[in-house]
Design a protein around this ligand. Sequence first.
Ligand code: FUL
Length: 718
Amino acid sequence: MKFKSIIGCILCGYFIIGCSVNNQDKTFLKQVEFEEHTSLNEKVKMAAHVVPTQQQLDWQKLELTAFIHFTVNTFTNMEWGHGDESPEIFNPSELDARQWAKTLSDAGMKMVILTAKHHDGFCLWPTKTTQHSVVSAPWKDGNGDVVKELSEACKEFGLKFGVYLSPWDRNAECYGDSPKYNEMFNQQLTELLSWYGKVDEVWFDGACGEGPNGKKQEYDWASYYATIKNLQPDAVIAIMGEDVRWVGTETGYGRETEWSVTAYAPGGRPEMAIINEQLELQATSNDLGSRSIIEKANHLFWYPAEVDVSIRPGWFYHEHEDNQVKSLTKMVDIYFNSVGMNAVLLLNIPPDTRGLIHENDVARLKEFKAYLDETFEDNLILNAECSNEAAAKLAIDNDYDTYWQIDNLPTAATFKLSQPQKINVIMLQEYIAKGQRVEQFKVEARVNGAWTEVAKGTTIGYKRLLRFPNIIADAVRVTIEQARDGALINAIGLFASPEILSEPVIQRNREGLVSIKAETTHPVITYTLDGTEPTAASARYSQSFSLPDGGTVKARAFINDFGSQSSVVTQQFDICSQKWTIAGVSAQTEQFKPINAIDGDPNTMWHTPWGDNVPTHPHYIAIDLGEQLNIIGFSYTPRADHNKSGTIFKYVFYVSQDGKTWQAVKTSGEFSNIKNNPVKQDIRFNKSYQARFIKLESKEGAFNEPWVSIAELGVITK
Ligand code: FUL
């Protein structure tokens, strides 16, 4: 096998990339380029020896990191600001970055990344590049600096610190004048990376909502990376950077098979884009690193996944989402599907208009931390007897840098526990300092003398966590079945996680009937309609009840004679759609009728014809509300299934008295960030309108398709 020099050296020359060609243990630091005619077997073996940089390795070990989204949007109630917001509105009454840092460090987070500048262009630090910043805000009479306050608080609480700087800038006048904006952007980076001490991660968002007629800016990625390498050589560069990869969704869930070695080329440089075009790969592709992709690839990269997700539906704080902080069950599920699937979790916790992390989020983070502590405090395998493989002991010695080396596959190791124990979680870790290799494994447990398979999987990577139903076992057997080269397992864990009583689900149908269900068998559910927290003494739910005009329903589940309780779930309902009818649509299909958009069921949808030669935008749906209502806004719920095709991005919203003369109340509306985060969006108007009819007209889809889909359309009257 011959090795060619690494493409990074040829292409740009600013990564120090080495390849030690020691025959025992060849490694390719961060990337490798294949010689022509390299066989698949050789390629796969080389893939096993692509290793992370020290920075990437240190980053991976953080596991839990936090995002802070805070800017003018916090005060305008928006997800994407337009860039024309007055700095006057930026006025947090009690901003306390120490409260953020303490809350996050108490929650087990190891780093905090702040949106120093989001798409609206407002800078949270006193930049010299624009007046559109904290210097023009009333907060601290223009003398405030959020970046400084948070970076100092992070130092105090032992947290690493990162900055998010949006390349897309809707305020900068020079955006679109490429050389000029690149200079401004590099200046902003220089300030952020030289004024505030150590910066550990720089986050470049790939989002841009300019559309076909918008401004076109050619980002000079190579110069941005050079600025960072120069000022903060230890920082990893994420998303549109070359060290850390966006996992591809904002749901909190990574891939079942997650390779840190990808054929998907990192960052934004044109030469990387060409590689991805040739292989037809995107950050969102299902498969970035399997053997079949490697077969086609000429290069491989160490490009590990980061899972970014918000604790609330939106990235910025919205008061109306105070009751939609993700449940403990959901948070734990996200943890197992991110940290437990070879990724780093980047959990967003957006401060409110006071400049504080809201009480509801603080409470949930405490529960989350307590749950993880209780689950992982006692690794039951550490005292196990390793019966058949002396070498496997190295995986249970609690030393990260020693490992069980498995050269002949498949190989199993049995770990005998001192006594039968309740278990429901297995943890496996690969020693990724030497590469990611395992392609298939299984775990069996001995229950009452009989072996049964409890978990199996494909990739392990830095960490793999698998959950299975409670069992009482006295031994476990781990079999590494397939790998790209000798497998190196440096840690195995066996845990008993506490049961979480799952929260009830509150639903209301078109007729206004509310039903509450829980997954747990035979729970007692109590609820309130007055906004108070349900307790054991609150009304018991036994059958559906009517709430046609809307209101707030809070519910909680109990088991064990009220001995264990779930967290509280809240659902806010507006007026129900019982009296509504469809007054008109631009196009329809038999399968997905317009009525589905107002049937109260988010699992059904209206969809216009799709495929070739179908009607295109503007599409519309008009609804007769059956009565005059005082409308202050509307809500759009994108389709519920995994496929988000037809999701609307830009729209106009109209009201009418008679269904003939329409008044546009939102002329250039946009469902911000709906492509990446397709959740229900509440759009509020500046004033209220008396209307009997409403109409939503699409202008542009989120995925450049000519058709549209709507799961639910609702009005806000309260
Ligand atoms: C997206 C952005 O458009 C969102 O507003 C948010 O910042 C998220 C983390 O990245 O691409």
